[in-house]
Design a protein around this ligand. Structure first.
Ligand SMILES: C[S@@+](CC[C@H](N)C(=O)[O-])C[C@H]1O[C@@H](n2cnc3c(N)ncnc32)[C@H](O)[C@@H]1O
Length: 200
């Protein structure tokens, strides 16, 4: 599992002008805590598991910068974007997969619907259809789920390695290849980062 604190958010905020962050998959709120302490105007985090969403909502209840949305990531992304001006660049921390499994609230195989189990492709296509994403920054966690590499924490464990047909990142190039520089980091379980080519 990666952590957002591997990234210098205040530098990304300055460099790309992002005043908003949206996280898919709140988990225990570790990365949310780091984002909330950075210089964003608003931070949104979306979690499918009721228990985790409730715990995070209670924990950040007094922080007016933070909104926790309980639900599937696609619906949550739509909801969060309704609160963000269309021209304002956003940082996305895309980290939703295997509902509850990382925290032993479910097994990696429990969720049968692939669009909920591994929503990354649908999230990216949805975002590209909802707004101009050319100035947005994308930080994607757990690259080892999607492709092989020399990851610090080793290859994707067999119990959550997707079927080969779902194990690729071609959609990232399709959606972001023309507008973003794409970088792979092999730290921890791997990150795929997409930074806007356009700066204005
Ligand atoms: C790796 S954990 C998140 C860790 C957190 N982002 C952090 O960096 O501290 C993944 C989370 O995504 C949630 N999740 C899985 N599928 C989801 C979906 N389709 N929509 C929203 N949340 C989802 C899981 O329940 C789990 O809490």
């Amino acid at each position: 599992m990666g952590v957002l604190s591997d990234f210098d958010l205040d530098r990304l905020i300055r460099e790309y002008g992002c005043r908003y962050l949206i996280e898919t998959g709140t988990g225990l709120g570790k990365s949310l805590e780091y984002a909330a302490a950075s210089d964003f105007d608003q931070v949104f985090s979306i979690e499918i598991m009721h228990k985790l969403a409730l715990e995070a909502a209670l924990r950040f209840a007094k922080n007016h910068k933070v909104t926790v949305i309980h639900g599937k990531s696609e619906r949550g992304l739509k909801e969060a974007l309704e609160e963000i001006p269309p021209e304002a660049p956003v940082i996305y921390w895309l980290d939703a997969h295997f509902p509850g499994a990382d925290f032993r609230l479910a097994s990696y195989k429990d969720e049968k619907n692939e669009a909920v189990r591994l929503p990354l492709e649908r999230e990216l296509r949805l975002l590209a259809g909802l707004r101009d994403i050319s100035r947005d920054v994308f930080l994607i966690d757990d690259l080892r789920i999607y492709e092989d590499g020399t990851y610090d924490e080793g290859p994707c464990p067999a119990d959550h390695r997707p079927a080969e047909e779902f194990r690729h990142t071609r959609f990232v190039d399709e959606v972001l290849g023309a507008t973003h520089g794409i970088e792979r980091l092999f730290r921890r379980t791997g990150y795929l980062c997409a930074y806007p080519k356009r700066r204005d």
